[in-house]
Structure formats: structure tokens, C-alpha cells
Design a protein around this ligand. Sequence first.
Ligand code: FAD
Ligand code: NAP
Ligand code: SF4
Length: 677
Amino acid sequence: MSNPHFPHLMAPLDLGFTRLRNRVVMGSMHTGLEDRFWQYGKLAAYFAERARGGVGLIVTGGISPNRTGWLLPFGGTLNHLGDTLNHRRVTRAVHREGGKILMQILHAGRYGYHPLQKSASAIKSPITPYRPKQMSESDIQATISDFARCARLAKLAGYDGVEIMGSEGYLLNQFISRRTNQRTDAWGGSIEQRMRMPLEVVKAVRAAAGKEFIIMYRLSLLDLVEDGNTWEETVAVAKGLQEAGVHLLNTGIGWHEARIPTIVTSVPRAAFRSVTARMRQELTIPVIASNRINTPELAENIIASGDADMVSLARPMLADPEFVLKAAAGRSDEINTCIACNQGCLDHTFAMKRATCLVNPRACFETELIYRKTATPRKIAVVGAGPAGLACATVAAERGHQVTLFDAAARIGGQFNIAKRVPGKEEFHETLRYFQRRVEITGVTLKLNHPVNQGELEKQGYDHIVVATGISPRTPGIPGIDHPKVLSYIDVLAHNAPVGRRVAVIGAGGIGFDVAEFLVHDRADSAPQPVDDWMAEWGIDPRGDTPGGLTAPVRTPAPREVFLLQRKTTRVGADLGKTTGWAHRLTLQHKNVKMLAGVTYDRIDDAGLHITIGCESRLLDVDNVIICAGQESLRTLYPSATSNDGPRYHLIGGAQHAAELDAKRAIKQGCELASTL
Ligand code: FAD
Ligand code: NAP
Ligand code: SF4
């Protein structure tokens, strides 16, 4: 019987020798746990939770077939029989929950962060410090054998198959592209010769692992780099892979070195589904859509409309391991939606930290952050329904405590209500929708429009009082700060204060960048950008008629001139997220925002903002000066000392520490505290 809520998404997929229980693939993500054998217990728990959550097919993070293929020094490899013991813990845990799991074989090629790396040609990538050696004929043969051995060992370890990583600019992608393959032997030249390497790998894997073993290949449909492949070439590779015995074609968009964002929050949802749809028409094997698919409604629509046979959700599975179960039960409003911020996942991976998730701090910490039912229910007051307070209140209530959540405002969300108005941050709505539903489900008593006064809660019999009152914006002591042309970011983002044609933004932190983004767009309604406009702005040719799918960008001028200023002499925006900061900086550069560092603010008057940079004094004759100069903790409710017979006080989120606070820390602190009460 088909599922009444998402009939296409929940329909099984028969591969002949095996059946997948639905159309949802958990895409490969590097968590950091797969690199160390002693972390495999945690890795098994992480995957088991997702298998229990109903996902149809799981793909592990990348495992290298040999040391040359390492992504990072001493990264996870599978090239000895002994290694299969660790992997068995993972496969057993997944199978116990009724799931299926593929191991991704990833050879990083010139993307390896180590000096042993080799590639098709000796051409250095712009994102790694090492120049690769060109693979010799015997290197190529040995690499093909290593892929085959890796697949054979994966089968021994109990995996249901492998995904061969051939997209995002890794080794096999390097072979098929003229950008990185300039060989003059039989492995370079025409597309038929350039694609020999992936085809030989697939054939060798198939021969080594036998017929009843899933082979999925991830192919880059649009490279989004200069000298990338054309659509015609990509279709030729896909058809070759199908003929060589691939069962499922997963898709990727853009190489890691591409200067076009493909997964950050400003990328419209499912922006690349039309590209997948075109490829599906060329093949008979199932094709999988990926990139920025984060709701079951969208996933259902992609499959129902025939754009793809399956959908790959990677980060959404970090955010909510029960995505599939909730959708299947018609409870999609309970899904904790991935907001594509990259703050807990990819930014961690690039900083060589264990991946997790901003909206779900349990991700990859399943054995450490545990929400056990309490044996001693307590009466708890949480003051402040921003991310920190919401996380704390809902987890405490889920554990069985009696929780009352207060907020002075008329709605929950704190600063997230301001953040969601920034163009490209529309996804923040979803986190508020999730928490609103969690408050209802967990039985938190919500008291809005209720500013809590000092001492008000003392005599109410609370065992714990959690102060999560957030921050107040900092007002810097610049002469003229009271001038009518001065506005705070709250005036602009929350209260729609009118802003003139020339503007100076004081402070170039995350909020300064967001305010600049708001000012250079005319989308005051906070509606997501239409896909066609977004593609045109970034110069993407979705038909792939040009090499790499690149075309001339169409840039609309900003409605106003913006100066973004900081006192530090470092590069403006240097502290933004590793995997998102470059896209924020580029967007503002495209809009001609002038970024100035090393600024001293002298005064503000009718003429504008007077500044000094080095020895040079300047007047910025602006209509408005917007202050985004950081924040200070608001914690007047937190007593300096607590008596032994009164409630115990706790301080979390911005109220605890405002500097460099982000929602990741706020939510994590809320959850961690609630798990201990
Ligand atoms: P807050 O969100 O400030 O919530 C505090 C709550 O307490 C408020 O609702 C307030 O009304 C209530 N309150 C205060 N005093 C009382 C009282 N006496 N009685 C009752 N209620 C009271 N973070 C990220 O990680 N990523 C981003 O991309 C990001 N973008 C942002 C963009 C903008 C424009 C802004 C403004 C912030 C952004 N942030 C971002 C920061 C993030 O929103 C904050 O880190 C987070 O909201 C802090 O959570 P909190 O719960 O500690 O405080
Ligand atoms: P912030 O990142 O700390 O930036 C504050 C800015 O104000 C800095 O540029 C600082 O630079 C300047 N400043 C500090 N004191 C000043 C003073 N007295 N006079 C003039 N300028 C001063 O804080 P924020 O931008 O308010 O953001 C708050 C938090 O929200 C951030 O820490 C961030 O984690 C989070 N956030 C994240 C994102 C994201 O995309 N990830 C987006 C928005 C917000 P100088 O000292 O060099 O002038
Ligand atoms: Fe999604 Fe952000 Fe969580 Fe990563 S950290 S999974 S992008 S919500």
C-alpha cells in the first residue's frame, strides 16, 4: 500500500537483486569519526540512529583506497583485512535497524591535503598547498586495483555496496576533465580517453565484488569551473558508466574549487533539479538528485514530477535523523530542517573538528549527548525564548520536567526573527517552525508578552531558573552617535527604518555583512530568490552548453552605495565561516560594496561619517550610519549569588557570553544544560 502522505518518496525501489525501502539516500558526509579506528563505535551509533529513522540508503563519508588518495593525512582507508573489523561495527549496527549502507570510496587526487598526492596531470589545485605528481601508467593500474581491493574488502565488511566518488573535483573527476587532465597518452585527450579511468575502476570493482553488490557512482553534472566538461561530454561519461555496470547514478554539482556557491543557504532549494531531470532522460538506471533538498514536500515533488528516481539528503540527515519516519507518518511539521548554514558540519570538517549540526548538537555525539527520561521531575523556568532558551526548554520538557518558558516578545525566536529577514537566510523560518511545534509537543508552558522582572520568579517554587535573555546591541562611544542619521541593525532589520542611498555600516562581523546584504537587495519581502535569477546572477548555464556550465553573469546594480567598515586591519570578513564567508564576500563585491579596514571613527555629523585610515582623514558623505558593533550580554536577572534554599540559577546563550556567540553555541548550551537537569 502506498504511503498516503508522500507516495512517491516512500515507494520502494527494486534494483533486481535488492530492494531499497524508499527513495531517500543519506548522502556522504565526512564527519571526522571515520578517520580514527577508536571512533567507530560512535560512527556506528550515528549511522544506526539514521537507519532507525527510516532512510532508504546510507552512504558513509569518504574512505580512501590507498594512502595517495587520502583527503587528510592519516584519513580513513580500507586496504587491509584487519580494517574490516571496524567497519563491521558500522554495517552490523545499520543492518540491525533494517537499513542499507554503501561505503564511499574516495580518492582525493590533487585535493589531498598532504604531499603524497597524485593526479592525472601535475596541475596544482587552487585550494590545496601541494602540487600533485602525475600518475604513471603503473600508478594508474595500481590505483584501479586499489579501488577493486577496497570494494572487495567493503563487501567482506558487510556493506551493501559502494559509492565511487567521481564528482566535486576529486581524482576521477580530475581524469575526465581537460582542466586537470592534459595527458597525451591513452588516459588523456578525447573524452573517450579521459573517461577510461572511471570506467576501468567501475569494471574492476564489479569484477572484484560480484553482481549482487550495489555500485553507485557520483558524477559531476555541472563542473562550474573553467575548462570543465560540456553537457555532451558529461552525458557520454554517464552512458559509459551505465554500460560498465553502475546500478545507481548519484549526481554532484560544482567542484570544490568553483567560485559559485552550490549548497549554502542562499542557494535556492533544489536549484539544480532541472539538470538532474535532463540526465535522467538519457539513462535507464535510476538517477539521484542532490543539493539543497531539505523538505519531504520538495523531495516528493522532484520524484513525482519525474526529475529523479531518488533524492540525496546529506546535511538534512544530520539535522534530523528521523526525517523519513516523521514524513512517512504525516508529521513533516515536526522535522528539524537543515538551514544550510554549514556552521556545524562543513565548517567543522575544514577546521579538522568532528562534524555536528547547528540545529541538532546530538549529531555525531549520539553516545555523548543523551536525553534520558528523568526520574525526578523538576519545576523549571526558562526566561528567553531565543535559540538557547527554546533548546533548553524543549529538551528539559522532553525529559519529563515541568517547564515554563517566558519571553517579553509576542513570538518565540529571539534574534532569529531578525536573522530570517536577511536575503538568503529565509531558512531560519524553519527553525522557528520546528521549535514552535516542539514547544507544543513536549508540553512546555509558553508565556509570551511576559517580560520577567528581577525577583519575580523567586517565590514561585521553581527548582531551576534558566536565564537565556540574550543580548543588547553595543553602542560605541563615537562622537555624534546620537545624530538622527544613526540607526542600529535592529532599527533596519526588525523595524523597517527607512535607509538612504548612501550608507556606512560600522562593524563588519556576521551582522554587519548581513545588514550590507539586506541593503544591497531590494527583496524586502524576504521571499527566496527565484532559481533563474540566481543562476543568471552567478553565471550558471544549467544546460551545460558551455564548458563547465559557466556563462557571463548578469549583475543587477545595488539600490544604494554601501561602505562596510571595521577597525581591525585584517581582511574584511576574514572571520566569517570557512565554507560560506567567501560567498558572502563575493556577493557584496558583486554589488560594489566598499570594504574598508583599519578605520578609526572620528565623528558623525550632518555631513556624514568622518573617519581616519592610517594618516588619512576622510569624510563618507552618507545619509545613514548603521551600527553593527557587536553585542553585550543581557543578564540582569542572574543574581550574583544564590542562596542554598532558593532555586538554582543557570546562564546560557548570549546572556552567558555575547562575544562571538552564534546560534550553534546557544543551542548546544541549551541542550547540554537540559540534559543534566
Ligand atoms: P536571543 O536570540 O537574543 O534571545 C533572547 C530572548 O530573551 C529574546 O527573545 C528576548 O525577547 C528574551 N528576553 C530578554 N529579556 C527578557 C526578560 N527580562 N523577560 C523575558 N524575556 C526576555 N547566528 C548564527 O549562528 N548564524 C547566523 O547566520 C546568524 N545570523 C544572524 C543574523 C542576524 C541579523 C542576527 C541579529 C543574529 C544572527 N545570529 C546568527 C546570531 C543568533 O541569532 C544568536 O546567536 C542567537 O539568537 C542567540 O540566542 P539566545 O537565545 O542566547 O538569545
Ligand atoms: P561580531 O561578529 O563580534 O562583530 C562585531 C563587529 O563590530 C566587528 O567587526 C568589530 O570589529 C566591531 N566592533 C566591536 N566593538 C566595536 C566598537 N566599540 N566600536 C566600533 N566597532 C566595534 O558581532 P556581530 O556581527 O554583532 O554578530 C554577533 C554574532 O552573531 C557573531 O559573533 C556571529 O557568530 C553571529 N552571526 C553569524 C553569522 C553567520 O553568518 N555565521 C551572521 C550573523 C551573525 P572591529 O573591532 O575591528 O571594528
Ligand atoms: Fe544543516 Fe547547518 Fe546543521 Fe550543517 S550545521 S546540517 S548546514 S543546519
